[in-house]
Design a protein around this ligand. Structure first.
Ligand code: 26A
Length: 357
């Protein structure tokens, strides 16, 4: 793939503004949320946004998992390499997202909803963990019509790799499937991040429909465990994944299972990647018996500001590497590298001045 080609990477998901605050057990208790999770807001959660803004010195920061990945890939790739699609409202938060993208050199093609507000994500940061509560707003109104409008579809046709944040399975599976089928028909690369345990748990059918089209599937240990459980190949306590006595072997089994599922485009072998915090990243390749292990790039605990967006940064380094034509090893290492940089930044962001891999 030529890295100099314009907009070779196209990403789709939910643009959100993150409202980030330090938290403790009391905050988790008040809103009945787990220390390390991502959920859709229910009525009892809706007070959290104003609470964070008014009482907890919250910081605003551009988010939306795949938008973080898109910014991260553009951080690495030459100018005008990445375009991102999703839905926002006509409001201040939407403006912040547009400005952040523009500063990062990311081209955004938003569907702008006249009635719904830009989506928000409350992030509770506790040492080593982050918990996210999302109110999708306008992001929930992304539609196939926007994707298939001539101006956008020509960007789709021009790109070589499509990256889908799995969170979008809660919003518009038809748009995801249109990209999946286009990728298979044109022999382009199709990458999906599972995004959160609730995606395989609550959106199993929509996720399963994408599986034959996935060239790369990326998830962390909690997401892989949820996937394994709903597919009946594991029985891991999702509230305590690392409490499993043989978690690495279980995750390897799940990675291998994902890699070996039937595939539509047989010209590419599927690669299934399971990240596991500071433990080695596990990589299964379709048809290969051995699951590979790649160490992370360890950084000192004191240098970690928050873990928000580390997984998105990993995916960014990975897809940028694929676009650059790097071998798999180098692409994974580039992912580990960008993840380690993102850990040193507040929110899902990357250091400036720019560092190079
Ligand atoms: C549909 N949901 C729940 C979501 C998200 C989400 N992005 C898209 N859809 N819930 C949390 N995030 C984003 O995840 C990033 C960290 O990986 C947050 O906005 C945060 O920036």
């Amino acid at each position: 793939m030529a890295a100099t080609k314009k907009y070779s990477l196209l990403c789709l998901e939910n643009p959100l503004l993150d409202i980030i605050a330090d938290g403790d057990e009391a905050v988790l208790d008040t809103y009945k949320i787990k220390a390390n999770d991502a959920i859709l807001a229910e009525p009892q959660h809706l007070g959290i946004y104003d609470d964070f803004l008014n009482n907890r010195n919250a910081v605003l920061s551009a988010g939306g998992a795949a938008q973080n990945t898109a910014r991260g890939a553009q951080y690495i790739l030459p100018a005008d390499s990445v375009v991102y699609l999703g839905g926002i409202g006509k409001d201040k938060y939407g403006e912040i997202l547009s400005e952040t993208a523009s500063k990062a050199g990311l081209r955004v093609e938003y569907r702008i909803d006249a009635k719904e507000p830009t989506g928000r994500c409350a992030v509770v940061v506790t040492p080593g963990n982050r918990s996210m509560v999302t109110d999708l707003g306008a992001a929930n109104h992304y539609d196939l019509e926007h994707l298939q409008s001539p101006a956008i579809w020509s960007l789709v046709q021009g790109a070589d790799l499509y990256y889908i944040g799995g969170y979008h399975l809660t919003v518009c599976p038809p748009a995801i499937m249109a990209l999946a089928k286009e990728a298979a028909a044109q022999d382009k690369t199709f990458v999906l991040s599972i995004s959160a345990p609730f995606i395989p748990l609550a959106f199993k059918d929509a996720l399963d429909a994408t599986l034959p089209y996935l060239d790369y599937v990326v998830g962390n240990e909690g997401e892989a465990a949820a996937f394994g459980n709903v597919h009946g190949i594991s029985n891991i306590d999702l509230a305590n994944v690392d409490g499993h006595p043989d978690i690495k072997a279980e995750l390897k089994k799940i990675a291998q299972y994902m890699a070996d599922l039937p595939k539509e485009n047989t010209k590419r072998k599927r690669v299934a990647i399971v990240t596991h915090g500071s433990e080695p990243t596990l990589v299964a390749i379709q048809g290969e018996a051995e699951v590979r292990e790649y160490p992370v790039r360890a950084i000192a605990k004191e240098s970690i500001v928050d873990t928000l967006g580390a997984g998105d940064a990993f995916a960014a380094g990975l897809v940028a590497g694929i676009i650059e034509g790097k071998p798999l090893d180098g692409s994974i290492d580039q992912g580990q590298w960008l993840a380690s940089l993102s850990l040193t930044q507040l929110g899902a962001s990357y250091p400036f001045p720019k560092q190079t891999f």
